[in-house]
Design a protein around this ligand. Structure first.
Ligand SMILES: [Zn+2]
Length: 203
C-alpha cells in the first residue's frame, strides 16, 4: 500500500507522516512513512511471527510454487464472498492490494462482484493465471503505486504504465474498447470493464 521505508542520515529533516524511526548501528535511520496509516507493526520473538496474529492467517504467496489453480480453489472455491473483498483481505492470497486485484480481475474477465463460489473450474484457472501474471509484470516493472510509491532506492515503479483497469475510468478497455467504469466495493475504488467482466446470467 502506501507505507514506505527509506534510509536517511540522522540530520535529514523528518518528513511529515513518518511514524516509526529505527536507529541503525551505522548511524543512519530507517524511517517508516505511511500517509494513509494502513500499515501496522508488531513485535515478536524470532520465529514466532508465523504462528501469531496477524501473519498466522496470511494466505498463499502468488509467486510461490504452492500457489496453483487447485490451491486457489481450495481457499476460495466455497466462499459466497465477492471476489474483490475476498482477494483484498489477504487470507486467501497474500500481497494483493487494490491495484493488483482490479488488474487481475480485468485480465481474468471476472466481475469484481462475482461470488467466489460461482466460478467454474475454467474461471478459477483464469483468475489464478491472471494473479500470477499481474504480479510478475509488476515485479519486473518495479512496483506500481501511483503517486507515492518509490522503492528503498527512491525509484518510481513503472507498472502503472501497464494498467488495464485501475485508474483507467472513462478510457477504452484494451481488450474490447468499451469504456472502463469505476464503482465502490469493499470501501475501495473499483475499476472494471462492463463488457469483458460481465456477471453471467443466473442459470
Ligand atoms: Zn473490455
Amino acid at each position: 500500500m502506501e507505507g514506505r521505508y527509506g534510509v536517511y542520515p540522522t540530520d535529514e529533516p523528518i518528513e511529515k507522516h513518518t511514524h516509526v524511526i529505527f536507529h541503525l548501528t551505522d548511524g543512519t535511520e530507517l524511517r517508516y512513512r505511511d500517509v494513509r496509516q494502513f500499515g501496522t507493526m508488531h513485535i515478536f520473538k524470532a520465529g514466532e511471527e508465523w504462528n501469531l496474529p496477524p501473519l498466522h492467517k496470511l494466505g498463499l504467496e502468488p509467486l510461490d510454487p504452492a500457489f496453483t489453480p487447485m490451491a486457489l480453489k481450495n481457499r476460495i472455491g466455497d466462499k459466497p464472498t465477492k471476489l474483490k473483498p475476498l482477494l483484498l483481505n489477504q487470507e486467501a492470497v497474500a500481497g494483493l492490494g487494490n491495484i493488483y486485484v482490479d488488474e487481475a480481475l480485468h485480465r481474468a474477465g471476472l466481475h469484481p462482484e462475482r461470488p467466489a463460489n460461482s466460478l467454474s473450474a475454467k474461471e478459477m484457472k483464469k483468475l489464478h493465471d491472471a494473479i500470477t501474471t499481474v504480479l510478475q509484470e509488476a515485479v519486473e516493472a518495479g512496483g506500481s503505486s501511483i503517486k507515492s510509491y518509490v522503492n528503498g532506492q527512491g525509484e518510481m515503479g513503472m507498472f502503472q504504465q501497464q494498467l488495464h483497469a485501475y485508474g483507467q475510468t472513462g478510457k477504452p478497455c484494451r481488450t474490447c474498447g468499451q469504456l472502463i467504469e469505476k464503482t465502490r466495493l469493499a470501501g475501495r475504488g473499483t475499476h472494471y470493464c462492463p463488457k469483458c467482466q460481465r456477471i453471467p446470467a443466473q442459470k
